[in-house]
Design a protein around this ligand. Sequence first.
Ligand code: GLN
Length: 231
Amino acid sequence: SSESVEGQTYVIGTDTTFAPFEFRQDGELTGIDMDLLRAIAEDQGFEVEIRSLGFNAALAALSSNQVDGVIAGMSITDERKEIYDFSEPYFESGVQMAVAANNEDITSYEDLKGKTVVAKTGAEGESYAKSIAKEYGFKVKSLDQSATMYESVKAGSAVAVFDDYPVLAYGIAQGNGLKTVTDRVPGGSYGFAVNRGENTALLAAFNDGLAELKASGEYDQILDSYLADPT
Ligand code: GLN
């Protein structure tokens, strides 16, 4: 007999500001990840207590069992699969570079020579930036939050930021003062994560609920409510 999630409360870690996946609106945590998780919990009959920890802190909290799972625009990667079990992918993503909207000097990775870029601690953007840093001769400074990374690019303490392209695109469309100048680097899709071999009932319920939301059209409704072009 399999363990049931019904009536259980699970503590779930997430990032702080990673719009449109998680962010605060009028003090409330909202976004695609939050809506998907809450709808899945409702569909599957469990409760969630969401902790807005920051990306790297959420992964650390998961590893030390302070949270049961993480949903944070977290990319499914082979390296992470060694320590976490992931749900079915629910969103395709990858990394891209952005610069200040008024920056005309940086139009390619070659222009980063001798400069400093920012990326998020423990994130795919950081791994990617570090993987090409030597080749192009730039430095990578790691910060914990997307909001802080964007501010440091606008303030000129870094010339560019490497972050997930759906998040950069959303922020740019909202007028955050950045622009993208290089191609997207397609990467891992997002998944919900638990520690490897643990919380198997929760993971199964997440997958079942996700399938239900896709079949009912609610998955599309949630995505559209954040991403559909205004007409
Ligand atoms: N998708 C990226 C990763 O998993 C970034 C996630 C985030 O910053 N919340 O590393």
